[in-house]
Design a protein around this ligand. Structure first.
Ligand code: SF4
Length: 238
């Protein structure tokens, strides 16, 4: 940081510094403070869609991943009210899909599962929907399990071909919206792209065929330490 680019803000009563233009979530991490998120990932343009990272900026709710720090800003994050709202979002995500952790290949590496533990979700306050959704294994390299997708758009934002075209997109509308692979580009999906898609997905909705995960359940990232132990957000592997 060069001195003239440093700006100052308060986060949960702590005096913090940020680079001009830095988003609150990234600035918080740079100051050693973790703000939870699900749709955010280092290396992918922030989107602000999951709302888990919502903080209060000068008393107003804002998404920390898309709001730049400005001089003198007062930010609240780790409050009872905001943490309960985060817990409610997690509960809604959980009841809205079919998330059966013990049967999921992603267990232990899943950010949704890890946040649910972290925010101590036991019995969701909302009714389970148990929607009827497909598992699409038609692509030779990638399985899409719509039961687990939380519509975070990380795959859409993070996976592009050499010409910059998106491989993934949303199709349908409302409660029927689902992730789809571009029909023209799907056939040329490489092993590397399938691997990257699996790595980018925060849950077990995208699984590379014939490979799966190298590290067994019980020895995975969140099996060893709870989410938020590291303040940095997950990062895209290039
Ligand atoms: S498939 Fe995974 S990365 Fe893509 S939108 Fe669904 S949850 Fe997000």
């Amino acid at each position: 940081m060069t001195m003239n680019k440093i700006i100052h803000f308060k986060l949960d009563g702590v005096d913090c510094q940020a680079e001009k233009g830095q988003y609150i979530l990234d600035a918080a991490a740079a100051n050693g403070i973790w703000i939870p998120s699900l749709c955010n990932m280092k290396g992918i343009k922030p989107h602000g869609s999951c709302r888990i990272c919502t903080v209060k900026v000068n008393g107003r709710p804002m998404t920390a991943c898309t709001t730049p720090v400005v001089e003198g800003m007062v930010v609240e994050s780790n409050t009872e009210e905001l943490n309960d709202q985060r817990k409610q979002i997690l509960e809604m995500l959980f009841v809205e899909g079919n998330h059966f952790c013990p049967a999921c290949e992603r267990s232990g590496n899943c950010e949704l599962q890890a946040l649910v533990y972290r925010f101590r979700v036991a019995v969701p306050r909302f009714a389970f929907q148990f929607p009827v959704r497909n598992l699409d294994a038609s692509n030779p390299r990638l399985i899409k399990d719509h039961n687990r997708c939380i519509l975070c758009k990380r795959c859409i934002r993070g996976i592009k071909d050499k010409e910059g075209r998106n491989l993934f997109a949303f199709r349908r509308r409302g409660h029927k919206v689902e992730i789809s692979l571009d029909p023209e580009l799907a056939g040329s999906l490489t092993d590397e792209q399938a691997q990257k898609a699996m790595d980018i997905c925060p849950v077990g909705a995208l699984i590379r065929k014939e490979k799966g995960f190298d590290v067994p359940i019980g020895k995975r990232t969140y099996d060893k330490k709870p989410i938020g132990s590291e303040v940095e957000q997950p990062t895209v592997n290039e």
